[in-house]
Design a protein around this ligand. Structure first.
Ligand code: ATP
Length: 233
């Protein structure tokens, strides 16, 4: 049995079909990366797994149990947390309050506490009473990741956590991933930077116009295959 599995997952925005039959697997301790051009359906996929877009009940399985029809709040409690694109912090709350909000839907047991998040990202302890808008983009991203971790997720879904950040800041954020894995979360990354995705992922899934165009461990994929799967030619 797999930790997380999607089974012919489809997604619609009204009449527009954004995903066509996506099959994906994630096992305990794995990191997988989803790559693909703008509009390929990567964010839609994460939102579908997180229950923000509703698909068929049996199109998303956690430990083999269908969860596709469960409301998003239940899905957090079951152990799936999303770090959304654009971070979506609560602007009128402090850094610490943003982190605490992530803990409201938490599973009973798990390693993540405020202290643990502050050990992972020490700058957040210093900025704990600040408004998110006064933080740098990288620090805001750390808050968004910390907020998701506070729910003690078994699956952490990360939507473009490096978008718009300087390379040195991206390196800081990626440096946290091994620690997150040690604490028991498996990770699904949506990543525009293919080189970065290939470095950290056990398997890469490429989306093209809502369809899975390629999947496999990075070492098995050639540049040509990836280019074709990404751009379609
Ligand atoms: P990006 O890197 O630009 O975020 P993506 O691969 O994450 O791209 P999605 O955001 O999942 O792609 O979008 C997939 C398709 O669904 C696109 O054609 C997009 O225009 C469409 N789409 C996304 N959100 C909505 C929405 N709320 N209403 C209608 N169509 C949408």
């Amino acid at each position: 049995m797999h930790l997380l599995e999607t089974n012919k997952l489809t997604a619609f925005y009204g009449d527009f079909q954004a995903l066509y039959g996506i099959d994906m697997l994630l096992d305990n301790g794995e990191t997988i990366a989803i790559i693909g051009a703008n509009g390929a359906g990567k964010s839609t996929f994460l939102k579908s797994v997180a229950g923000l877009i509703r698909g068929a009940a049996d199109s998303v399985l956690l430990d083999g149990t269908p969860i596709g029809a469960r409301p998003a709040a239940d899905i957090v409690k079951l152990g799936i947390a999303l770090v959304p694109e654009g971070r979506r912090l609560f602007p009128s709350l402090t850094v610490e309050e943003n982190l605490l909000i992530g803990g409201y839907g938490r599973k009973a047991a798990g390693p993540w506490t405020l202290d643990r998040v502050y050990s992972l990202f020490p700058i957040l302890r210093e900025r704990r009473s600040s408004a998110p808008s006064t933080l740098s983009g990288g620090q805001q991203q750390m808050v968004a990741i910390g907020r998701a971790l506070m729910s003690n997720p078994r699956v952490l879904l990360c939507d473009e956590i490096s978008l718009g950040l300087a390379p040195i800041v991206i390196a800081d954020i990626y440096a946290a991933l091994p620690q997150i894995k040690v604490e028991g979360s498996s990770v699904v990354l949506v990543e525009q930077d293919i080189v970065k995705a290939m470095k950290v992922a056990d398997r890469v899934y490429c989306f093209q116009e809502g369809r899975l165009s390629l999947a496999g461990p990075p070492r098995d994929l050639t540049r040509e295959q990836i280019h074709r799967a990404y751009f379609g030619s």
